[in-house]
Design a protein. Structure first.
Length: 420
């Protein structure tokens, strides 16, 4: 209970901080990914619902540790039974079942253990929300970077178009050069428009998960670099991961269920008291004529058939065995995803580097061809091809940066703890 109280205080403290950060940062010109995560945590209806379900489950423990309700009985002697001291007119009885010592505590422990399984549901949900937020944010970042790159390349081609126009006026170039440049400009502008259209879905997801206005734009204020495998610190599964904590709590609940079953298999004891109202005799005057009867009662229910309790214990032990297998499977699957993410980072680094080498080589070639184009009647086709090739490769580099960041976010899903 002390640990749970502490966790609740930590949760409230984190919530206050999250709200403060969200309000403060959101007033700036851009949204950082951390501020969006804070907004998601502070405003999530799903998180509030899961927290309410957990608190409701905890209250069950306070309901099961009370004695069973006493039983009251009433009997009226319509045809009174005659005794030596008179007829029995009325019978009142009260019975109270007394749980075996320790059974109520076992019931409470089981209810609390079952409730504790829900304590990590909010953190589990937020892990996926954070990943979706990060992925959408990185994708939007990549789209904006590509859009800016298209703008720069359009500007370069416009400069080249001016140069071609000057050469045509001096009689050193053909009109077809302008038309070729125009075709490439149309292509670049069309691709930039496609990017603008593709922004809508990541913006929708970001606003959806961070509970912002669905029509509000997302202004990227973070800058991201290409990651390497070495930049991912300790790519291991956290022992405090909510899913692992949940498995531990599920196993604890099964153990508590076995303990309760042991108590349920013990005899059940009941005590009571009967009061019988006796009428007076008119045909005789015995000593104690009409004296009422007070009769203490007691009963014991002995569970002779143990089969159901044995099957219950077996059921819970099989649950524990299944949980152990699920935990091992989670480790295997998590390790697989981490290794896959690391491989994607390595691939991104490789793709970025060899595209960088070709871009540098293309730039050297572009300078040579552009100089030749300025001073002679050299054609422009090769120059345009190199420009377009560079654009594709720079786009691939942006994709590599985005992929490396998403891969890191995928690894971070398994490094998250319950103190989200």
């Amino acid at each position: 209970m002390l640990m749970q109280t502490t966790m609740n205080k930590i949760y409230k403290y984190l919530l206050i901080i999250a709200c403060g950060i969200a309000v403060g940062v959101n007033s700036l010109s851009g949204q950082r990914i951390d501020s969006l995560i804070s907004l998601a945590w502070a405003n999530s209806d799903k998180v509030r619902a899961l927290e309410a379900e957990y608190q409701a489950a905890r209250s069950i423990g306070q309901q099961v540790d009370a004695y069973p309700d006493p039983e009251l009985s009433l009997g009226i002697g319509v045809l009174p039974v005659e005794t030596r001291l008179g007829p029995q007119r009325l019978r009142l009885g009260a019975t109270q079942m007394i749980p075996w010592p320790g059974m109520l505590e076992a019931k409470r422990n089981l209810a609390e253990a079952i409730a504790e399984i829900k304590s990590v549901d909010a953190s589990q949900y937020m892990i996926e929300v954070v990943f979706q937020l990060k992925r959408s944010y990185f994708q939007l970042y990549g789209i904006r970077k590509k859009s800016k790159l298209y703008e720069e390349q359009i500007e370069i081609l416009n400069t080249l178009k001016d140069l071609a126009t000057t050469r045509i006026e001096s009689g050193n170039a053909r009109l077809s050069d302008i038309l070729k440049i125009e075709s490439r400009l149309i292509e670049l502008k069309g691709m930039k428009d496609q990017l603008t259209i593709s922004e809508s879905f990541p913006i929708y997801l970001i606003n959806r998960y961070s509970y912002r206005d669905m029509e509000e734009d997302v202004k990227i204020s973070d800058t991201f670099e290409l990651l390497t495998s070495a930049s991912v610190v300790n790519p291991q599964i956290s022992d405090s991961h909510p899913q692992l904590i949940k498995y531990q709590k599920m196993e604890a609940a099964a153990q508590e269920s076995i303990a309760l079953t042991d108590y349920q298999a013990k005899p059940k004891i009941g005590v009571g008291l009967d009061y019988i109202m006796v009428g007076q005799r008119s045909d005789a005057l015995p000593d104690g004529n009409g004296r009422d009867i007070i009769m203490p009662m007691g009963k014991v229910s002995i569970p002779l058939n143990k089969k159901s309790y044995n099957f219950k214990r077996q059921e819970e032990r099989l649950k524990i065995e299944a949980i152990d297998h699920l935990e091992k499977d989670f480790y295997h699957e998590s390790t697989r995803e981490i290794l896959s993410a690391q491989n994607k980072i390595d691939q991104a680094v490789n793709a970025y580097n060899w595209n960088e080498a070709i871009i540098n080589n293309n730039m050297t070639t572009i300078e040579l061809i552009r100089t030749a184009y300025t001073s002679s009647e050299a054609g422009i086709e090769e120059l345009l091809d190199l420009y377009m090739d560079n654009i594709r490769r720079e786009m691939a580099q942006i994709d590599a940066i985005v992929e490396s960041q998403i891969a890191k976010a995928s690894i971070e899903k398994f490094q998250t703890t319950t103190s989200f």
